[in-house]
Write a protein that binds this ligand. Structure first.
Ligand SMILES: *Cc1c(COP(=O)(O)O)cnc(C)c1O
Length: 401
């Protein structure tokens, strides 16, 4: 997945373009910029990539999620349903708006379990946030239908799934709003950056204004622009957008390499009957950013994960024992460790985390190993890795009998 691997002259050239004319900001300074509008160009390019009408670049993927929710009117006291398995950014982005994250189980897609979503809907629910984790997706038809029934906004966090598709549509473009990150470890990078994508003109206009202090962007005198509503600053800079512009042109090339490497590893592991790959919903095509598989139980997964580490098979994660992506190790959320006071609504709304258990998620995450697919591996390295991984899994399984 990582954009940090393949980086070179094309990116340098785009950044130098910005430095040469000296306009580092995406808005205004029309006379000085000699026709360079990197953020605007990148937005147009991403509209093609994701086949949507509107793209709003912002400063990060986390900002993209907050801006998407705000643009759809999600705020104080509203409940947003989200998965137990995701990046911490998901609940951060919800809580920043004073809304309440309602965590529910995942299924063997490693994304939201539609049944769990159904059970979690209350009169306060405003949105469902599906997170397309590790290059694949949840059952989008089922989730969409729940949202339609209850009149909920469907937000799609596709930060880890650039290039994946569902029934022919790019991931991120299926929900009412989609969110992407271009931080340093995503498939393409801006250094830091993110995007909100949508076909809804009103949501787009809201995200355009909201991410720039509520500016209406009418005319070319920022001082004369009006503020139809309150906003914040989640702008991307021209320097960051310039990097992304060079990267997005290389996306098809990146995805080809990713897929090729993914298939070699998958093939090697698929010969082991105890290895079960994550379920990809009907009509879904993974982006191949990660290879995910389930082992028979927690102990086997722990041993395989340890053996991968000691044998130099890097970039494989056992999220059950990792602080990053799973509720089990999010003590700071459960104990509401905040630098500043949290609203009574949110405090009350999060009380369930003290007692609620997530057996289904625990079972999947305990048995799951998630391996990042790198783009810089040589042919020899990837073959050696495939052999090593299969051998380690076989050895652990044999000892386990
Ligand atoms: C990376 C990521 C984000 C946040 O992106 P940043 O640009 O790092 O803020 C949000 N959600 C998921 C699933 C991610 O992987």
């Amino acid at each position: 997945m990582p954009g940090f691997e393949l980086f070179g002259n094309a990116e340098r050239q785009e950044v130098n373009d910005v430095l040469d004319n000296g306009v580092l900001m995406r808005y205004g300074f029309d006379g000085m910029r000699n026709g360079h509008w990197k953020a605007k160009e990148l937005e147009a390019s991403l509209e093609d990539t994701f086949q949507v009408n509107h793209v709003q670049l912002v400063s990060s993927g986390t900002a993209a999620v907050s801006v998407a929710l705000a643009s759809a009117g999600v705020g104080a006291g509203d409940e947003v349903i989200m998965p137990t398995f995701t990046f911490v950014a998901s609940f951060e982005a919800i809580m920043m708006l004073g809304a309440i994250p309602v965590l529910v189980d995942i299924d063997d897609t490693l994304a939201l379990n539609p049944e769990a979503v159904k059970e979690a809907v209350t009169p306060k629910t405003k949105a469902v946030m599906v997170v397309q984790m590790c290059g694949s997706m949840g059952d989008m038809n089922a989730l969409q239908s729940i949202c339609n029934t209850h009149n909920l906004v469907l937000v799609e966090d596709a930060c880890q799934a650039i290039g994946g598709t569902y029934q022919g549509k790019p991931l991120g473009s299926i929900g009412d709003l989609g969110c992407f990150s271009f931080d340093f470890v995503k498939t393409i990078t801006c250094g830091e950056g993110g995007a909100v994508i949508t076909n809804n003109r009103e949501y787009y206009t809201n995200s355009d204004h909201y991410s720039d202090h509520g500016h209406d962007h009418v005319g070319n005198d920022r001082g004369a622009e009006s503020h139809p509503f309150l906003g914040y600053n989640f702008r991307i800079s021209e320097l960051h957008a310039a990097v992304g512009l060079a990267q997005v042109r290389r996306l098809p090339e990146f995805l080809d390499i990713q897929k090729k490497n993914f298939n070699i590893l998958r093939e090697a592991l698929s010969e082991i009957p105890e290895v079960v790959f994550r379920t990809v919903p009907e009509g879904g095509e993974e982006s191949c950013a990660f290879l995910n598989f389930f082992l028979p139980d927690l102990e086997v997964a722990r041993k395989v994960s340890e053996a991968f580490k000691t044998s130099g098979v890097d970039a494989c994660f056992h999220y059950y024992d990792n602080n990053w992506h799973y509720i089990r190790r999010w003590g700071h959320l459960k104990d509401l460790k905040s630098l500043y006071p949290i609203s009574g609504d949110v405090k009350k709304g999060l009380k369930y985390l003290q007692t609620k258990t997530f057996e289904k998620s625990d079972d999947y995450i305990a048995r799951n190993i998630s391996c990042l697919i790198k783009l810089s591996w040589t042919e020899a390295e990837i073959q050696e890795r495939a052999l090593k991984m299969a051998e380690i899994v076989r050895t652990v399984l044999k000892k386990d009998q």
